[in-house]
Ligand binder design. Structure first.
Ligand SMILES: [Zn+2]
Length: 492
């Protein structure tokens, strides 16, 4: 599809989401501006949003310009260093204010007022709360409470808005964020910053999977005040195609084993232990001890099942989908919450049409018209057990109902879950690390087991999906054995 392997997954997303008239190869040639206000860039969050936005945007366009206001020389030097370190061929260009705003296809501003007269998006972040606007609605400029997770989440949403502009996203396929406020701590439009990060967090972790999500998670772990140990496991080596989706991957890193490359990101009090291998092999090593918390960033069902088979105290899993879906799920033991094997089932090999009918309960006739709005008549003709849920979807395009239904049915979405654009992976990573910090500081998780959203529509339309353990899943049928294994491990 493209000779530039590094953009292959991005271009695949463009083909999937863009109009047929859109020439996909044109996407990465469009000029994008990254800028910001002196006040916001002077804050920790402002500088961190700038670093993250730079790293994300340079994986989406070959023509990125950075223009910082006067007095930001130190940040400018630092960003230039990050740009050089992470660039493939095209290094972002750094220019001085004032800038001719009319020459850009998309502009991302760290702080500032809305500019509806330009393709302009503003992001800010305060603690766990992120704010994004691409319309005339302003967002709060308060960025006081430092939090690298919130900063990356804001940059991810901002990069998502740039993606929509470069794609020329049609109105029926998604929404530009309109004064959007979202808290990673409460999962709602919450203006409160949430709790401050502690000075130190003691951890013993396994990060399983070093792809796009694992790369974002490792970045966040390296930015948090963590102390302790983190094993990083992946059997693969990075390739050129990973550069376009992995926040921190450098060109030279595309020849490195994923586990080793990510381990090198940790420089503080968190000791990294790279493991080149498969999850299934871990317990063959008599010296191996599964840490209490496992962060899972794999993109396939088999690997997720292998992670669950470690039966740690807590698994936090991140997932993403081709229509900019992001998901976090948390699976504590003991609890009644569905495990990873419950929610990620191997596909039974059914035809797509059958799966869609099963998921939505809609008739084949309704499913044949995906752009039509769902009507009361469709609901009446649907399978009885789905009518109550469908009644709440009346007035939405049938295709978006299908998306929402697929969110309810992990079995069907998972077959298409593949990394595609960098900002979706980083947003999933932010939700995972928010759950990690919540668990470390409160002993609880905020999802039972998962929260799901599509960045096409925005986090304000994200939803919780609660699910208990399945009676026919190993977490129930083998519960006694799992308890024994865990008890033996605790004694060891
Ligand atoms: Zn289960």
């Amino acid at each position: 599809m493209t000779k530039e392997l590094r953009f292959s997954r991005l271009i695949a997303s463009v083909v999937e989401l863009g109009d047929q008239s859109f020439e996909p190869q044109r996407f990465t040639n469009q000029p994008v501006l990254l800028t910001g206000t002196a006040d916001v860039l002077a804050s920790d969050n402002g500088a961190e949003m700038a670093r993250c936005a730079l790293l994300l945007l340079m994986r989406m366009t070959k023509s990125l310009t950075v223009a910082l206001p006067a007095g930001q020389e130190a940040l400018k030097r630092e960003l230039r260093g990050w740009a050089l370190q992470h660039a493939w061929d095209e290094v972002p260009q750094f220019i001085c204010d004032p800038v001719d705003l009319s020459s850009y296809a998309a502009i991302l501003s760290i702080g500032g007022g809305p500019r509806a007269d330009f393709p302009w998006t503003v992001i800010t972040s305060d603690g766990w709360t992120v704010r994004v606007t691409s319309t005339a609605a302003p967002v709060s400029q308060n960025c006081e409470l430092s939090n690298p997770v919130g900063a990356l989440a804001a940059a991810s949403l901002g990069a998502g808005e740039v993606f929509k502009r470069l794609l020329g996203l049609r109105e029926d396929k998604g929404l530009f964020l309109d004064g959007c406020v979202f808290s990673l701590w409460s999962y709602v439009a919450d203006g409160a910053s949430g709790p401050a990060l502690p000075d130190v967090l003691d951890v013993d972790l396994l990060l399983a999977g070093g792809g796009a999500i694992g790369n974002g998670v490792a970045h966040l772990l390296s930015r948090l005040p963590l102390r302790g140990r983190c094993h990083i496991l992946d059997r693969q080596t990075y390739g050129e195609e990973n550069w376009g989706t992995c926040l921190r991957l450098t060109r030279s890193g595309t020849k490195d084993p994923k586990a080793n490359f990510l381990s090198a990101l940790f420089t503080g009090n968190l000791a990294a232990h790279p493991v080149r291998g498969q999850v299934e092999q871990l317990e063959e090593d008599p010296a191996w001890q599964t840490p209490p918390i496992v962060l899972s960033g794999f993109d396939n069902i088999e690997a997720r099942h292998a992670v669950q088979d470690l039966w740690p105290d807590l698994i936090i899993d991140g997932a993403l989908g081709p229509r900019l879906e992001c998901q976090v799920s948390a699976h504590p033991w003991p609890s009644r919450t569905a495990c990873l094997c419950c929610i990620f089932k191997l596909p039974a090999g059914e035809r797509a049409e059958v799966v869609q009918q099963l998921m939505t309960g809609l008739s084949p006739a309704a499913l044949a018209e995906p752009m039509r709005l769902l009507s009361e008549v469709d609901v009446a003709a649907a399978a009885p057990e789905r009518r109550e849920w469908l009644a709440e979807q009346v007035g939405k395009p049938i295709c978006s109902v299908l998306e929402a239904a697929s969110a309810l049915s992990a079995a069907s979405i998972d077959a298409g879950f593949r990394p595609s654009v960098p900002f979706v992976a980083t947003f999933s990573a932010c939700m995972m690390v928010a759950e990690l910090v919540r668990y470390l500081t409160t002993g609880a998780v905020g999802v039972e087991p998962r929260f799901f959203l599509s960045l096409l529509w925005g986090p304000q339309f994200g939803e919780h999906y609660s699910e208990d353990r399945h009676r026919n899943c190993v977490c129930t049928t083998r519960a006694a054995n799992i308890k024994k294994v865990r008890a033996a491990r605790a004694r060891a």
